[in-house]
Design a protein around this ligand. Structure first.
Ligand SMILES: Cc1cc2nc3c(=O)[nH]c(=O)nc-3n(C[C@H](O)[C@H](O)[C@H](O)COP(=O)(O)OP(=O)(O)OC[C@H]3O[C@@H](n4cnc5c(N)ncnc54)[C@H](O)[C@@H]3O)c2cc1C
Length: 305
């Protein structure tokens, strides 16, 4: 049943009509639990609150399924606005973005133009930018673009997903770039031809890549709500004498909030991924796919309290 619901929400997440309607009608159906608001000032308020609780943030200007060059340029402008707001308000925040929102499905030239505009400002303001990882079809392109940009920019990282068979090879190959990587299980529906169908394999592979990346001496963001992964990381860094400067935990805004606070109290660096913007629909559906129990929040949003 859980798998069925997961597939259903992942199917819905790709619906372009619903994506368009959601943009038009603003945050609905309890999405406010996972999305900080639709504008930069909304996001700034949320970042301040989290910073005051001892948490770092990565802010995500939501956007996917861009159809035109002008939409992609607008999305890049939105990212630049966010970086400037982070610097102006002296916030402890990075920026995350998706390359499809920069025009990946239109042309690589357009993506490079948009990314260079963003990274020029990011380097100047010293704000770190992470390229989120999307579905398998975009994985090679995302890694190739990361490699190209990494040659000219310091403030850039990306994400690898443990559900893909290719990831162990990718992490070893990327080692030459000393990358700051966020390591996750993976949020998209993928074929068993490219991704482990069994959750236990995905979990084990996440432990494996966390270990490889940390022991290679690279900065590692362990982005998971899974206590088993968090405990594994804590034990590994203790055993291998890895400094708390070399890694951080990351979780999504609105998910396991008490656990986030506990990790801060225990002295770990905790970064919260805070999405904002009017393109919230796909993100929201993927969160429901991860945990159909969250559907209760949606029902409350639809039918009142
Ligand atoms: C900061 C961050 C950035 C991410 N970036 C990307 C990315 O760029 N690309 C990508 O493909 N994926 C990304 N993801 C999503 C990731 O791939 C997983 O889909 C997601 O984190 C769920 O996996 P999990 O490791 O939390 O463990 P799971 O095995 O899914 O969950 C473990 C436990 O965590 C709790 N939990 C998990 N999800 C929820 C929820 N929605 N609500 C309440 N409790 C929950 C439950 O107790 C559950 O038993 C990101 C995740 C995080 C935290």
């Amino acid at each position: 049943m859980e798998r069925l619901l997961r597939n259903f929400f992942l199917f819905l997440s790709k619906n372009r009509l619903f994506t368009k309607l959601a943009k038009k009608y603003g945050l609905r159906f309890g999405a406010g639990k996972f999305v900080a608001g639709v504008s930069v000032p909304d996001a700034v308020d949320t970042i301040k609150q989290l910073n005051n609780q001892g948490m770092s943030v990565t802010i995500d200007h939501l956007g996917e399924f861009i159809d035109s060059e002008s939409e992609a340029r607008e999305a890049a402008d939105g990212c630049i606005e966010a970086i400037k707001a982070i610097a102006e308000h002296h916030l402890d925040s990075q920026l995350s973005l998706k390359l499809t929102s920069m025009g990946l499905d239109i042309s690589e030239e357009l993506v490079m133009e948009n990314m260079k505009r963003i990274l020029d400002v990011a380097e100047e303001k010293e704000v770190f930018v992470t390229l989120d990882m999307e579905d398998f079809d975009r994985c090679s392109q995302t890694i190739d673009i990361f490699k190209k940009l990494r040659q000219d920019y310091e403030h850039i990282g990306t994400v690898l997903q443990s559900y893909l068979y290719r990831t162990v090879e990718d992490i070893e190959e990327l080692n030459d770039y000393n990358p700051n990587l966020r390591l996750v299980k993976g949020a998209y529906k993928e074929s068993p031809k490219v991704a482990f169908p069994d959750k236990s394999d995905v979990d084990e592979n996440l432990k494996k890549i966390i270990r490889i990346h940390l022991l290679n001496g690279n900065y590692t963001a362990v982005a998971s709500h899974d206590d088993k992964i968090i405990e594994y990381t804590k034990e590994l860094v203790k055993k291998e004498n890895i400094s708390t400067d070399q890694f951080e935990f990351q979780m999504l805004y609105g998910i396991r909030v008490e656990r986030q606070k506990e990790l801060v109290q225990e002295g770990y660096k905790m970064r919260v991924y805070v999405p904002y913007g009017n393109d919230w629909y796909g993100y929201f559906m993927r969160r429901l796919a991860e945990r159909p129990a969250n559907v209760a929040f949606v029902l409350k949003g639809v039918f009142g309290k």
